[in-house]
Design a protein around this ligand. Structure first.
Ligand code: GRF
Length: 190
């Protein structure tokens, strides 16, 4: 059984999809959801599914114990599903190539510190790109710079706005993120 921790900072729509998707699968278990902001919906979903839910602000000194907690729970993989904080080096050392992230654009463009949410879509529209999409990638010590695993694309129409693009990208995330993560983890032999 591969045990997974999902980290979130926002609404948690991708995390919810993942929790539901993974319940149907053998060999994968979401054991922990850590949220750096209170998230009532995820809390309730976790309670329903018997998943440990932990909320603690990222700047809380107690949060330092998160890695210890993951070790104690024997977590194998960490999935960042809309997690906005930089992952500390100690995490990356403990989970080499076992931390995954989703980014709402086609990296290496439109990534890095401050590139999240509508900032990303605004930048894509401003740059007059003809396509955008999502990138699922490994996490290293820098924002959005880890090795790319898979990308899915959407075309941008002439009258596209940041809002309409955001909806298109969100649809791609909900359609592909969980399945891609599940396939990757199940095919990993290490
Ligand atoms: C998604 O757009 C994801 O690509 C980005 O953060 C957003 C999270 O949305 N990293 P949600 O919290 O899953 O609704």
């Amino acid at each position: 059984m591969r045990k997974i921790a999902v980290f979130i900072s926002g609404e948690g729509s991708n995390a919810s999809k993942m929790l539901i998707n993974f319940r149907e699968r053998e060999g994968l278990e979401v054991a922990l959801v850590y949220s750096s902001r209170p998230n009532e919906n995820l809390k309730v979903l976790c309670e329903d599914f018997g998943i440990v839910y932990q909320y603690r602000p990222w700047n809380d000194p107690e949060k330092i114990k998160l890695l210890e907690f993951c070790k104690k729970m024997r977590i194998d993989w960490v999935v960042l599903a809309g997690f906005l904080k930089l992952i500390p080096a100690a995490f990356i050392a403990h989970f080499p190539n076992k931390i995954l992230n989703i980014h709402p654009a086609l990296l290496p463009k439109f990534g890095g510190k401050g590139m999240y949410g509508m900032h990303v879509h605004n930048a894509v529209i401003h740059a007059k790109e003809i396509e955008s999409g999502i990138t699922i990638h490994y996490v290293n010590g820098a924002y959005d710079e880890g090795q790319i695993i898979k990308q899915f694309r959407v075309s941008i129409s002439e009258n596209e706005t940041s809002e309409t693009l955001s909806t298109k990208v969100r649809t791609l995330e909900h359609k592909y993120f969980s399945d891609t993560v599940a396939e990757l983890i199940m095919s990993n032999k290490t």
